[in-house]
Design a protein. Structure first.
Length: 224
């Protein structure tokens, strides 16, 4: 049975998260509801280990920080929706459900790498190039990458990897999470260039595939 104090901490955290998200318009109402369900699901699937829940909270906070920083070129902040929540957390939840907790970290490493790559990359003074053809495209084009965006992806992946390192103290796994996170970001860009630009997939679906790719990369590296 989950200790009552951990349940209380979870509910208080979700309450604060919901209030801040509503007041600051970080999520719409449906997004807030789904985010709460996701938080509870993570808590239950991790057998009441709040570490996993707070990794998800850290992802959202870091993603919002990246969005806030990029507002000098994107002054109007797009409110995140339920689709964004599913796209960024779906693989992490699946990893926990399948008994692959390391994959949970890999999924969020990929998601944060992609988010910061997109949000910070748009500030690049150099035009992005399409990941599939390397031709120059307009800033904000699906599948476009920049050196600044790639560096931001490395930082994003390393943030989640650092949390894992603090908990488990394994430098090799830190490197695995950083590499797989950046790989997941590239997978996201690839699917964005090939499918999202053509309207065959939406952003949430591409985000899910990107984090899935990063998690699969982590699994392959560990298997080898």
């Amino acid at each position: 049975m989950t200790p009552p104090m951990e349940v209380i901490i979870l509910l208080l955290s979700l309450g604060i998260f919901s209030a801040v998200s509503y007041k600051k318009r970080l999520l719409n109402f449906e997004g807030i509801l789904i985010a709460n369900i996701v938080g509870i699901a993570i808590f239950l699937l991790s057998n009441g280990d709040l570490t996993y829940f707070f990794v998800a909270v850290l992802f959202f906070a870091a993603a919002e920080a990246g969005t806030f920083y990029s507002r000098k070129k994107k002054p109007k902040h797009e409110v995140r929706t339920a689709g964004n929540i599913f796209g960024n957390s779906g693989t992490a939840i699946l990893a926990l459900a399948l008994g692959f907790p390391f994959g949970f970290f890999a999924a969020f490493s990929s998601a944060l790498a992609d988010t910061l790559s997109s949000e910070i990359g748009i500030l690049s003074k150099r035009k992005p190039v399409l990941i599939t053809t390397l031709e120059e495209v307009k800033p904000g084009t699906d599948g476009g990458i920049t050196p600044l965006g790639m560096n931001a992806a490395i930082v994003g992946a390393a943030i989640i990897a650092a949390v894992h390192f603090v908990i488990f103290g394994n430098l090799f796994l830190f490197l695995v999470l950083t590499i797989s996170g950046v790989f997941g970001s590239l997978v996201d860009s690839f699917f964005g260039a090939v499918f999202e630009r053509k309207g065959m997939l939406n952003n949430a679906e591409v985000n899910f595939l990107g984090s899935l790719g990063g998690t699969a990369a982590a699994w392959v590296i560990l298997a080898l």
